[in-house]
Design a binder for this molecule. Sequence first.
Ligand SMILES: [Zn+2]
Length: 301
Amino acid sequence: MLLLCKAWREEPPGSIPNDDAVLARWARITPDRWTECRTRVLAPFTLGPDSRWHQKRLRLEYQKFATRRRAASEAGQSAALQKWKKEKSDNGHQTRSQRLIAARKLGTHTEAEWYQLLAFCEGKCVRCGATDSLVKDHIKPIYQGGSDSILNLQPLCATCNRSKGPENKDYRPSDTVERLRNVCETSASVCLPSSYSFPITEKKKQESAFATFWDAYPKKLGMNRARECWISCGCETRLGEVLASLNSWKATEQWKDVQYIPYPARWLSDGLWKENPRPQKPEVSNLVAQKRELERKLGIA
Ligand SMILES: [Zn+2]
């Protein structure tokens, strides 16, 4: 049996060498024992002109096996080819990536524009106000011929995006398009040649997210330090959250006076952006006002 297994893998298949030492080792018996049973074991084999022992039935089995394997592999290849041809001709059922390519021919956007749009929408889902896992939603869906231009995008949370039907509802603040047209470098991207593409590296993405944050932060001091904190706090993937938090901080009484606003680096590294500032109690804001008044009188401010 061991010899048959070996013979299956030999070249040519179904043959074994005419070498008693090798055969005894393959059969895992001593040379003496091999000499004893050699004639019986080799009975089904015939010695070929290549001075190897051949087992005819094993060779035939191997040939059948090889034919089946080749047929299976050819069938597999032909099925894959059929499928590919079908996908290619099946224009009615384009894949998402094909649809995206078509949408980009109608218009594209840069990551910077996307962050700008996020800032206009206060880093929130424009449908429900959630601030996490925001995705780019095509207002006119791309399968309906919508473009990939910034003017056709709105931030939605993953839940709203999933539950959105085929409707083309624009949830953005009403002046968004107007504001986008004013600030975006390529809101004219609708007119760009279809071959134009914006190479976006990870670094650039981080930069434009940081730039959006920096624009929005009311105290512009210590930018390099702030950028370091921005990266070390992992903010680049949480811009929506950061901007939403920044808006609530900006609404506090404390931040009305720029000298009470922390440095951006501190605001980031102390994790203040993860906290929701409590509404100022009147007596506290009175104290602040008194303190300011006192400082003004003493000429400190
Ligand atoms: Zn939502």
